[in-house]
Design a protein around this ligand. Structure first.
Ligand code: AMP
Ligand code: GLY
Length: 430
């Protein structure tokens, strides 16, 4: 079967890499892809949001199954359009993708189905939001309703910051219509964890846990990024907490969407805060996390195409996931200056050296081939994923590989995985 993977990040390289292991896969195309996908698939110069062109391409190349990486095309209805065109595709319809596409939809949905989340209020008027803020305890969290490329969330320490956030979103319209409405919510305290499940609309299987590192600097300092690294599994989530998350979050979400007539197919990603009162949903995403995918997929032993196809056909019932017991750590190498301005076009060396270890896979994100030389072309450049018996060994293996890779002004966090060590008995480490 010919496969089309849509997107151009490290997540899409990881998806293409994992799909390629399926015996049913003949050829993979990636639109638009990156320097990494070019080596294992054929890149196609079509943007992830150009749904019409993607449909025409899928028809022309006899694509048997399409896998969508990023959220924007899902929220824009790519699944609906492919299905209308008679093309098989993995993921939620536009209606189900509202779980990510509208924070207000997600919050009100959680409220209807008693899914634990931060207390919230919705506003479509800046003046009313500003006067409500005067009665709020600080800190408070302010979110633009629609998609804002991961930038629409403000954690406000005081009234001044909160007031400025409302102003930027609703008056200055820095996220355009995505900021027509906002959510003001309680600021939660705890540690974050990413829980991903595959659903066919009725049944679901939960993938092993992972944790992202959103801030640019060590010890979670500095501005938010798309994600500077991840590890899996997350030892913060013991069996009891895992069951709680399944029963309080994942099961009611899948049941709720079905009950309301928009069954959720695809990857349901719940970003959770583990508070002292239990898990709370911070956000839903309707696709794999990036870089969570680069830490989770190397540990998955099942055939990914088979799982995704079962979701598409509604036969996930009785599916069991099989995991490599080893831990996986993914360290993201970014361009110096990211998440602010950065330069592009620097030559990247050392990937082959890093991959000499059997436990290392280097996933590429912001890279491209320029006259046979791999060069940087984005903020997050590479994700170096390493497997090890226990998180401590996985951390060592991964950083050893990271040190072999070089490009001008490369920047990465030194503490990916460190948080996990705090949750493991020393005797179990390594
Ligand atoms: P979201 O896009 O809603 O996940 O928000 C992005 C990030 O903002 C999350 O990963 C958290 O680090 C933080 N965040 C979102 N909502 C809250 C909240 N209610 N309390 C504390 N932190 C939050
Ligand atoms: N790693 C966070 C995300 O993919 O949204």
């Amino acid at each position: 079967m010919n496969i089309l993977v849509i997107g151009s990040g490290g997540r899409e390289h990881a998806l293409a890499w994992k799909l390629k292991q399926s015996v049913q896969v003949e050829k993979i195309y990636c639109a638009p892809g990156n320097g990494g996908t070019a080596a294992i698939a054929e890149n196609v110069d079509i943007g992830a949001d150009d749904i019409e062109a993607l449909i025409a391409f899928a028809r022309e190349k006899d694509i048997g199954f399409t896998v969508v990486g990023p959220e924007a095309p899902l929220v824009a209805g790519i699944v609906d359009s492919f299905e209308e065109a008679g093309l098989a595709i993995f993921g939620p319809t536009a209606a189900a993708a509202q779980l990510e596409g509208s924070k207000i939809f997600a919050k009100e949905f959680m409220h209807r189905f008693n899914i634990p989340t931060a207390a919230f209020r919705v506003f479509d008027d800046a003046g009313l939001a500003q006067s409500y803020l005067q009665s709020c305890e600080m800190p408070v969290v302010i979110k633009a309703d629609g998609l804002a490329a991961g930038k629409g969330v403000y954690i406000c320490k005081n009234a001044d910051e909160a007031s400025k956030a409302v102003d930027q979103i609703m008056n200055d319209k820095i996220f355009k219509e995505a900021g027509n409405q906002i959510v003001i919510e309680e600021c939660l305290d705890g540690e974050e964890v990413s829980i991903l499940a595959i659903s066919d609309g009725e049944d679901f299987v939960i993938l092993d846990t992972s944790q992202d590192h959103k801030r640019i600097f060590d010890d979670d300092m500095g501005p938010n990024t798309g994600g500077m690294g991840a590890y899996s599994p997350a030892p913060l989530v013991d069996d009891e907490l895992f069951k709680k998350i399944e029963h309080q979050v994942i099961e009611p979400t899948i049941r709720g969407m079905r009950t309301e007539g928009d069954p959720f197919k695809g990857i349901l990603y719940a970003g959770l805060m583990i508070t002292k009162d239990g898990p709370r949903v911070l956000e839903y995403n309707v696709r794999f996390g990036d870089p969570e995918a680069q830490a989770v997929l190397p540990r998955l032993k099942n055939d990914l195409l088979e799982l995704m196809y079962a979701s598409y056909e509604g036969r996930l019932n009785n599916t069991a996931l099989v995991w490599d017991k080893r831990a996986c750590v993914c360290v993201v190498l970014s361009s110096g200056g990211y998440p602010g301005d950065y330069e592009k076009g620097f030559a990247i060396t050392g990937i082959e050296k890093a991959e000499e270890s059997q436990d290392i896979i280097v996933f590429q994100a912001g890279t491209k081939r320029d006259n046979n030389q791999l060069v940087t072309s984005g903020g997050r450049v590479l994700g170096v994923s390493g497997l090890g018996d226990g998180i401590e060994l996985a951390i060592q293996t991964t950083y050893k590989a990271v040190d072999k890779i070089d490009f001008e002004r490369s920047f990465f966090r030194r503490d990916i995985g460190a948080k996990a060590l705090g949750h493991i008995e020393p005797a179990r480490r390594g």
